[in-house]
Each structure stands twice: as C-alpha cells, then as structure tokens.
Design a protein around this ligand. Structure first.
Ligand SMILES: *[C@@H]1O[C@H](CO)[C@@H](O)[C@H](O)[C@H]1NC(C)=O
Ligand SMILES: *[C@@H]1O[C@H](CO)[C@@H](O)[C@H](O)[C@H]1NC(C)=O
Ligand SMILES: *[C@@H]1O[C@H](CO)[C@@H](O)[C@H](O)[C@H]1NC(C)=O
Ligand SMILES: *[C@@H]1O[C@H](CO)[C@@H](O)[C@H](O)[C@H]1NC(C)=O
Length: 534
C-alpha cells in the first residue's frame, strides 16, 4: 500500500474513532451574559462567576438599577455611565445566573476561601488595585452578595497575584505586577508587606513571573514557581530554604501561561509532587506571534525530596492557557487553551479542544489519555472548576479587551460541563453514594461515613477531600486533594457500610475550611458532600 493510502485510511480512522474518545460534554447555560475570568464553586453548590468590571460601556453584563459614572480608569478621557455588573451566581440548575453587585475593578484579581467558608478576594486594576472584598456564600433561596471593604485595604496594589490559604487560616497574597512582595490577610500586626526578591529575579523582558504557581506543601512551606524557577519558601520567617533546579523549555507563568497542580497528598503525607505543564515559547508574547507553537512539555518534581530534579515528558498536544483540574480520583484533567501563540489579548490561535487526562501513577510514557473534544474554544480569560458531582465546569474565554462577538474567537458566554469517563453509564452501579457524613471534621480525629453502593469486594474505597480553588488565568489558586486513611466496616444494614476515616493531621496537610468529601470506589467518585475541616 502506498503511504498516501495509509495516510488516507488513518484520516478516516481518526474521523470515525473521534466519537470513541472518553468523556462527554453538555451545555449548561447558553448565555451567562458575562465571560467569567475568575470562577469558584461554593459550599452551597453554587458557582460564583466574575469578570473584570471596567468593560463599560457595554451592551452585555447584567443591568443594574443604579448607573454610575465609569470610575475605574483614570486615563479614560470620556467616562460614560456604567449600568452593568459583571459578576453573577449560578446555582447549577437555573439557566439564568443571578446578578451580583461589584463595582471596583476586579481585572486579574486573586482569591481564596477563608476557614469559615467566606471567599476572600483581593486586588485588580484601577480602583480595585488595593481592594479587599468578601463574598459569604448562602443557600440558593437567599441573596448573598459581594462586600467591598471600606475600612481596610491591601498594603501594596496587586494585579496578577496568587493567594494561598496557610495552615493557620491566614491567606498569603503573593506577587503581582511590579509587586515583588507578599502580604497576609488578616494583616500581620502593624500591617505591611514582606519583600520577596525571588519574584524579581524570576522576571524577564516579557515579565513571565505573574500569577506565580503557589502550592502549600505538607511540611508547611510554600513551593513558589515563577517563569522557569522555583523555591521552597518559609513564609513564617521569610527565608528561601531551597532553590530548585530551573525547569527547561522556557517560561511557564503569565504571559507564557502553562499551568500547575500539586498531586494528591496521601500516605503519611511526607511527600509532595508538583507538575507544571505547557506554556508559550519564550518570545512569542513580545513578538505577538500567534502562530508560534506552544510547548508540549510537562515537568514534574518531588518538592519535598532531598535532591529534587525535574522529570519531563510530553503531552499529546502543545498547549498554552490550559487549566489543570484535580479530579476526585487524583487524576488531573488538562483542559481549555490553545496550541499556538501566548497569553494576552488576541495573542493565541488554534484552540486545543481535546482535554487530556494525566494519570500520575502510571509510568512515564503512558500517563496521558486524550479525551473527547469540545466545540467551544476557551482561550484567554477562561476557567475550569471541579463540581461536587464530579463534572468539570467550563466558563469564559474573552481574548479581547472588550466584549467582541464578531471576531474569530468571540467573547464566550456559554457555560459547559465536561463529564470524565468515570461518570459514564457503565459506571452507574459502581458509583458509591454518601448517606451520612459529619458536618465538621477535626484534625487528627477518626470519623465515619455511611455509604451505599455495591459491596466493596473488588477493591478498596478511597475518601478524598478536595478544596474549592479560585480559578483564573490557567491556575487554580489553593487547589488541593488529600487522600484519607480509610478502612471499611459493615454498617449492620444491607447494601450499606461504614468507612472509618482519619482526618488530616493538621493545617499543613489541609488548611482549615470547607472541603468536598468524595468517596471513590474503583475510580468512580460519589457526589461529594461538604464538610468543614477545623
Ligand atoms: C499565620 O501564620 C503566619 C506565618 O506564616 C503568621 O505571620 C500569622 O501571624 C499567623 N496568623 C495568625 C492569625 O496567627
Ligand atoms: C530559565 O530562564 C532564563 C531566562 O529568564 C534562561 O536564561 C535560562 O536558560 C532558563 N533555564 C533553563 C534551564 O532553560
Ligand atoms: C512565529 O513563530 C514561528 C515558530 O517559532 C516562526 O517560525 C515565525 O517566524 C514567527 N513569526 C514571527 C513574525 O516572528
Ligand atoms: C472585534 O474584533 C475584530 C477582529 O478581531 C475587530 O476587527 C473589531 O474591530 C472588533 N470589534 C469591536 C467592537 O471591538
């Protein structure tokens, strides 16, 4: 057979087998009215959507009763009345999200849930630069809304910063444009910032140090990654304890957006492994080169090791602006983004429509599985979040400075869900169901979960607790999955059993707050119930 025939047959095979990739897509909301640039899931199973607020004048967004003069941009020569709001709450059922009120500019801001379940949200641009806001989530029958604090603000303006909750429930706010420092919420006594020169050292002529990847390791220190460098940072004493080797293959943070996740913590919680995947070629941003191929490479390092080194491997697709979503099983879904260009307005092309599953326990060379492609390009300013039912919610994409529905990659108002293979109908009978779970779980305590489902004869159950991260700009701030120590006991009732679990030992393994508790049996997760760890 001639090679052209082989290629022809291969094309037919690819076309026909395309239906056979695992995973399914569904459209949840046809018109969310805003393109969510920052997205979080709350403990009431609602989804908080938030775009930038300096988009006026606009024909989109949610109309407000009170128009105000567009106050955000001091350089704006021609301020116009702004009658729209760019945040909303979606309850996963009602196709019209409920409008929320937020006025200061949230463009490229950061956030994290506090131990009591309140979202702390900081910074942005213009009048939002130093702003501190909170959102205390509520039942879908109530009307909680944003609060923009008036009596306190950040010490330093923070645009493109990363927030991470600490073991004691304080939140550290790391970096930002021209902000080579960290600060805390609540502030240290006397307030103020602590310089963090690493962020400046990691910067290059196209920045590449913004939205640093910050992971709280189970030894209590922070792993901070910027550009191609990373350090082990003792945030209590402000000391860099270790410099890790540089990751080869070019910059990974904004604007050369790769993504990063910490693998699930398990066992005795003495080790933690960080993965950093994809990103733009160095220089693609400065050259505004939308056809420069993105990176396929993923780096992986045992951050708690004595002499850690990066191990690299290639994804099946090049990808920039991908999101790495930690699934309840401990596998990571890499989704959204593009195959060429860089991060930023109108800087990317060739959407990467195939999600890829990363299976961390497989050997190098067999960790990636290609999933069923979606149809909606999700480029700059798009998000991905794990839902309590195991699906992944996809929102946003607006690669333009304003809403634009007539360009090649229009502002995207659709919200979708991707269901990994574990939700397929063949797994229906394997899926465990949580009947009873304590609402509060204390560090180090034994507790039990009442579950129904097939009798656990073919494998062990896992109980895995997942944080609800703040997703923006291809990184999920505060994302964490912790696998608990579990043993099965019979409940005394037919077709139900109790799982005896041990809570994480302390806030270094899992900082205080609300977690989605998943029971996973043979790779199939239950619907999660929320519990407060304290
Ligand atoms: C939490 O820990 C940090 C150390 O990283 C410390 O600076 C801060 O004061 C602590 N916060 C509280 C409320 O104790
Ligand atoms: C890391 O990035 C710098 C530029 O910021 C570059 O000079 C260096 O060679 C890179 N390191 C590796 C291992 O690629
Ligand atoms: C864009 O990047 C590609 C691949 O690196 C390169 O071949 C091309 O010359 C670049 N174009 C410009 C205008 O820099
Ligand atoms: C929308 O984008 C297209 C091309 O990307 C551009 O030509 C057009 O001017 C934009 N429209 C608005 C209203 O900004």
């Amino acid at each position: 057979m001639k090679s052209s025939h082989i290629i022809f047959l291969l094309i037919i095979w690819i076309n026909e087998s395309h239906q056979d990739f695992p995973g399914t897509w569904e459209l949840l909301v046809h018109n969310a009215r805003i393109a969510s640039m920052h997205t979080v899931v709350t403990r009431f199973n609602t989804v908080l959507l938030l775009d930038r607020t300096d988009l006026s004048p606009s024909e989109r967004g949610y109309r407000q009763y009170h128009c105000r003069m567009d106050p955000q941009n001091p350089q704006d020569q021609d301020p116009k009345p702004d009658c729209f709001t760019y945040s909303a709450l979606y309850d996963l059922i009602n196709p019209s999200p409920r409008a929320l009120t937020i006025t200061t500019d949230t463009w490229c801001s950061s956030g994290q849930f506090l131990p009591d379940g309140t979202l702390l949200h900081t910074g942005g641009d213009y009048d939002g630069f130093k702003k501190i806001r909170t959102f205390t989530p509520c039942e879908t029958t109530s009307f909680c809304d944003w609060e923009e604090l008036e009596d306190t603000e950040l010490t330093q303006g923070r645009w493109y910063a990363t927030n991470q909750i600490l073991p004691n429930g304080s939140v550290i706010i790391v970096g930002g444009k021209d902000a080579f420092s960290v600060e805390l919420f609540p502030p240290r006594s006397g307030g103020g910032v602590v310089n963090f020169p690493f962020l400046q050292d990691a910067s290059d002529d196209q920045m590449d140090n913004l939205y640093p990847f910050v992971h709280l390791l189970p030894n209590g220190h922070l792993f901070v990654f910027a550009n191609n460098r990373s350090v082990l940072y003792d945030h209590t004493n402000n000391i860099v304890l270790k410099q890790y080797p540089q990751l080869e293959g070019g910059p990974r943070n904004y604007p050369s957006a790769g993504s990063s996740a910490m693998l699930a913590l398990s066992g005795d919680y003495s080790t933690a492994t960080i993965v950093v995947c994809g990103g733009a070629q160095y220089g693609a941003y400065n050259a505004m080169n939308i056809s420069a191929p993105a990176k396929t490479s993923c780096g992986r390092i045992e951050a708690t090791g004595k002499f850690p080194v990066w191990e690299t491997e290639d994804m099946p697709f090049p990808r920039i602006m991908g999101d790495m979503v930690m699934l309840p099983t401990g596998d990571i879904l890499i989704i959204n983004g593009a195959q060429t260009g860089s991060q930023g307005f109108d800087m990317a092309s060739n959407p990467c429509l195939h999600p890829v599953l990363y299976k961390p326990d497989e050997p190098v060379g067999s960790r990636f599985r290609v999933m069923n492609p979606g149809k909606v390009p999700r480029l700059y300013h798009s998000t991905a979040n794990l839902l309590p039912d195991g699906r992944v919610l996809l929102a946003g994409s607006n690669p333009h400075s304003y809403y634009n529905f007539s360009s090649e990659f229009p502002t995207e108002l659709k919200i979708e869900a991707f269901s990994p293979e574990y939700l397929s109908s063949e797994n229906k009978f394997t899926r465990p169901k949580i009947i009873e779970l304590p609402e509060r779980i204390h560090y180090g305590d034994e507790f039990s979960i009442l579950v129904t489902g097939v009798l656990p004869v073919l494998g062990m159950h896992e109980v895995n607790i997942a944080s609800a991260p703040f997703a923006t700009h291809s990184f999920s701030q505060g994302q964490r999955l912790v696998k608990l120590d579990v043993s099965v006991t019979w409940s005394g009732q037919l077709a139900s059993y109790r799982l005896a679990c041990k809570a994480p030992p302390d806030g270094r393994v899992a900082p205080p707050g609300y977690y989605m508790v998943f029971v996973v049996y043979r790779g199939v997760p239950s619907v999660a119930k929320w519990a407060q760890l304290l």
